[in-house]
Structures are given as structure tokens and as C-alpha cells.
Design a protein around this ligand. Structure first.
Ligand SMILES: [Zn+2]
Length: 281
């Protein structure tokens, strides 16, 4: 008897991005055909919440697409355009629709990033909402791991516990990885580990326990080495997985199993004796 084909969860992809406007349907079908069964799709602005919600609802009717699991939040690179009322809109969205997480939220110290105090205000306000709603968070962390850990500790000390989440496109040290893991976060890895020059991130991936990380594409961004400079898609996740499996010297099926389990664990674990979400993963 032949084994069933391997399936994958893309834990970070922006299907609602304008880069997919011309061929979203075809790209989603390609992803499903490549074995991607679920995609976690974080929002970046409040103006995009409704379109993302519609896309996620449509995916439930399309067995030829991956199921799109929406997260709602305001991305740190978009906080300058955000309006004070966006926070209330986020609260309503989390209360009245199905969301798997709050995201994409976080902190970014890369050059050209928005005013840091403004970023931190939005990040901590949204972390507090995640705690109130007992939802995991999808973190954007660029050159700001220590700042993110500080904010997490500040909010955890003040309100209910945040049920972990994913630190997407993780690029910190092993110590920082361990700190985030202890706080209930998984580390997301994607295109950057496919570049031979990414020696630090590759060494980190080789050393991490299987229980600590998940796979993502961040499409349309973060193209893998073989698509450098082009638009990225979820259908590439399988080949990213092959790279990760060979770096770790483990089988593709072992990797599919561990990363899938890890996602289910965070997004399905009961934190207060009840499932936080009823999405069928
Ligand atoms: Zn993203």
C-alpha cells in the first residue's frame, strides 16, 4: 500500500496582497495541488480586514484551495496610517468573526521603519487584546527580539496570559529562540534558510528541537533562492521543506509530522479548559 501524500501548513502567507490580484485563484489551486492544506493569513491594516474575512470564508467553500485561516491585526510597518478607531475595529473583528490569531503585529528596528514609540503603542495595545480574547499572536520581529520579549513580559504581567503564537521569519540567536519557546512561541522559518549564505539561520535550524519551529513562505515576499527577485507563493513550501529536512538530516515525512503537530498544538491547545478556536485544522 502506498503512503498518503504529505500535507503542509503554510503558517504565514498574505493571499490578500495586491500581488495576487491577477491570478489568486490559480495560485491557490497550485498551492493545494502542492499539498498545502491550510494557510495562516495575517492582516496588515484594518482597511483589509473585510476582504481577508471574505477570502477566508470563500476558502471554506473551495476544496481545490487550501483553507485560509485569518489573523487580524495592524502590522508595525503600517502603524503611521492607522487610525485610533482601528483598535475598536480590531476588537469587533475578533469578537464577531472567526480568527485564529491576532497578527501580524510586532516591532521593527530596520532602517526606514516607523517611529518606534508609535510601533510599541500599537503592539502592546494589540497584545492586550490577544490576552483578553485568549488568542495566539503572529509576531513580526525585525532587529527587535529583545524589545518584543520586553513588551510580551510587560503585557503578560498586567493582563491574562497570551497563549503563545509564532515568531515569524525568526532570525535571532539560539538564546532568544529559547526565550521565545519558553514563552509559548514557535519559530517560523521560510525562504531565507534556502540561501547558502544564510549560515547563521541554517546552523540555528540544525540545532533546534523539532518541537520548536514551523514552516512558512511569507508569500508574496521572501522568495526562496530559486525564485530570487520574483513573487513567492505557498506552492513553494514543499521545496522549502525539502531544504529544511536535508539541513536537519531528517525525512520529509518526519518534518511534515512535527511541523504540523506544532501548529495544531498552538492553535488548538486549550488554555482555559476549552478550545480557543473551532477551526478544523
Ligand atoms: Zn507577513
Amino acid at each position: 500500500m502506498s503512503e498518503p501524500p504529505l500535507t503542509w501548513i503554510d503558517t504565514h502567507v498574505h493571499w490578500d496582497a495586491p500581488e495576487f490580484d491577477a491570478d489568486r485563484d490559480a495560485a491557490l489551486i497550485r498551492a493545494r495541488n502542492a499539498g498545502i492544506t491550510h494557510c495562516i493569513n495575517p492582516a496588515v491594516t484594518a482597511t483589509g480586514f473585510k476582504a481577508l474575512q471574505t477570502l477566508a470564508e470563500t476558502s471554506a467553500q473551495r476544496p481545490d484551495w487550501p483553507r485560509i485561516l485569518p489573523a487580524y491585526g495592524i502590522h508595525p510597518l503600517y502603524v503611521m496610517q492607522a487610525q485610533p478607531e482601528d483598535l475598536a475595529q480590531l476588537e469587533t473583528q475578533l469578537r464577531t468573526t472567526r480568527a485564529v490569531a491576532v497578527g501580524e503585529i510586532g516591532l521593527d528596528r530596520f532602517r526606514g521603519a516607523p517611529d518606534f514609540a508609535t510601533q510599541r503603542y500599537w503592539f502592546e495595545a494589540q497584545l492586550a487584546l490577544a490576552a483578553t480574547h485568549a488568542l495566539p499572536v503572529i509576531l513580526h520581529v525585525r532587529h527587535a527580539v529583545e524589545d518584543v520579549i520586553q513588551s510580551l513580559k510587560r503585557i503578560q504581567g498586567r493582563s491574562k496570559k497570551i497563549p503563545g503564537g509564532i515568531a515569524h521569519a525568526f532570525n535571532g540567536s539560539r538564546e532568544q529562540a529559547d526565550q521565545l519557546t519558553r514563552m509559548g512561541f514557535l519559530l517560523g522559518f521560510g525562504g531565507s534558510c534556502t540561501y547558502e549564505g544564510s549560515t547563521r539561520i541554517r546552523a540555528l535550524l540544525q540545532s533546534l528541537p523539532s518541537s520548536t519551529f514551523v514552516l512558512e513562505t511569507d508569500a508574496p515576499d521572501m522568495a526562496p533562492a530559486w525564485l530570487h527577485g520574483q513573487r513567492n507563493e505557498s506552492s513553494q513550501l514543499r521545496r522549502v521543506a525539502e531544504t529544511v529536512a536535508s539541513l536537519r538530516e531528517e525525512s520529509l515525512s518526519t518534518l511534515a509530522k512535527s511541523t504540523g503537530e506544532n501548529v495544531r498544538c498552538i492553535f488548538f491547545t486549550d488554555h482555559d479548559g476549552a478550545r480557543t478556536q473551532s477551526v478544523d485544522l
